[in-house]
Design a binder for this molecule. Structure first.
Ligand SMILES: *Cc1c(COP(=O)(O)O)cnc(C)c1O
Length: 372
């Protein structure tokens, strides 16, 4: 099995289908090289890097058509660090979390901090999703726009509840691949290693004026907040195109090129159409054959950027991903803790729909030869 050779005319041109880190386009690497000797290896307190941060912030503002008063904020540590920063500096007393997979659950865990009230956690079985419940006393409503561990997507719709309650969206794997209305979220945070096809380690967030006011109020309240996790500090630094400590400059350069590519190609509507095309190829295929089926039963919950496909018990999906890997088609394994007989495939914006069609051809080729 492991020495199965997939004919080259069936293989994708680029074999990277992982959900993060994910495929980086050749043009991004060329961008990195062409600025390598003027920006890489220079001080992040000087105009070269500061201007780069400014271009990335402006490019994101354009891509997401942010409403007046919204600000693009960044900080070090990736989305995981943002959860802790939010526990310290965004949640006033109590948050509500929709948990329908690993990532939503991780934020709920970070919000179970001793200085806050026990979070209200609304769970759904993996493969479906839960809905928010406006509740007195809740000041942050949080859920992932795309649950990367299961391939379930959820709408971004502001929760109308207590006055001043904030809608906080984990868009780590959704941002740049799914269209939405930025005015519907108070905080829309993400990291660069998914649709932005860059490296990890930084978080970005769109903050509404209400969210900025919340951060400022909590920062002035006397609550203990470690400096590295201070959102107030991140907002103040971002306004100067700075970060508290040294950012990954190569990550910013890779991201700049991806944002420019998206904006020049037609923006978020274009990107969303592209990921919808790629994911439809997989869903239509899995729906049409008898040995596999989309894991997410409700078509409205199915993600357009992370596709999960269950296989019949008679077929061992891990053998498929192993054979694909041996042929240079990488990271189609399911989320490790989900433990299903499944393939998980990213259809992020960088991934070419033509390559997704080739991937299907490769999977069919391998499946037809399993056990032979
Ligand atoms: C990848 C991912 C994260 C974690 O991002 P890091 O930058 O690695 O911390 C969080 N949430 C979602 C939905 C993700 O897909």
């Amino acid at each position: 099995m492991s020495d199965l050779v997939i004919p080259s005319d069936l293989l994708p041109l680029d074999g990277r289908f992982g959900c993060g880190p994910s495929k980086i386009r050749k043009e991004q690497l060329e961008h990195l090289i062409s600025f390598g000797d003027t920006i890489l290896g220079t001080s992040h307190r000087q105009p070269g890097v500061k201007d780069l941060v400014g271009r990335v912030r402006a490019g994101l503002g354009e891509l997401f058509t942010i409403p007046a008063g919204y600000e693009v904020v960044l900080g070090n540590g990736g989305s995981t660090a943002f959860w802790d920063a939010a526990a310290f500096g965004l949640i006033e007393k109590r948050s509500q979390h929709l948990v329908f997979g690993e990532f939503g659950g991780k934020f709920a865990k970070a919000a179970a901090a001793p200085w806050l009230e026990t979070p209200d956690v609304i769970k759904a079985d993996t493969g479906s999703r839960s809905e928010f419940v406006p509740t007195p006393g809740i000041d942050v409503y949080a859920w992932p726009q795309n649950e990367t561990s299961t391939g379930v997507m959820a709408p971004v719709t502001r929760v109308v509840a207590d006055e001043g309650a904030l809608t906080v969206i984990d868009a780590t794997s959704a941002a740049g691949g799914i269209d939405f209305d930025a005015s519907q979220a108070d905080v829309y945070y993400f990291a660069p290693q998914k649709n932005f096809a860059s490296d990890g380690g930084i978080w970005f967030a769109l903050f509404s004026p209400a969210a900025i006011a919340r951060v400022e109020r909590i920062a002035a309240s006397g609550r203990y907040i470690p400096e590295f996790l201070s959102l107030k500090n991140a907002i103040d630094n971002s306004r100067l195109n700075q970060t508290l400590n040294t950012p990954a400059v190569a990550t910013l350069l890779l991201m700049e090129n991806q944002i420019d590519w998206m904006n020049a190609s037609g923006g978020l509507t274009w990107a969303a159409a592209r990921t919808r095309e790629s994911s439809s190829v997989l869903y239509d295929w899995a729906t049409g054959i008898d040995y596999a089926t989309p894991f997410v039963v409700n078509p409205e919950h199915r993600s357009q950027v992370v596709v999960t496909i269950d296989f019949d018990d008679a077929i061992d999906a891990s053998k498929i991903s192993k054979a694909l890997r041996a042929n240079g088609v990488l990271d189609t394994e399911p989320y490790r803790k989900l433990g299903r007989n499944q393939l998980r495939i990213a259809t992020f914006t960088a991934i070419d729909p033509a390559d997704v069609r080739q991937l299907v051809a490769s999977i069919e080729y391998v499946t037809g030869r399993l056990g032979n």
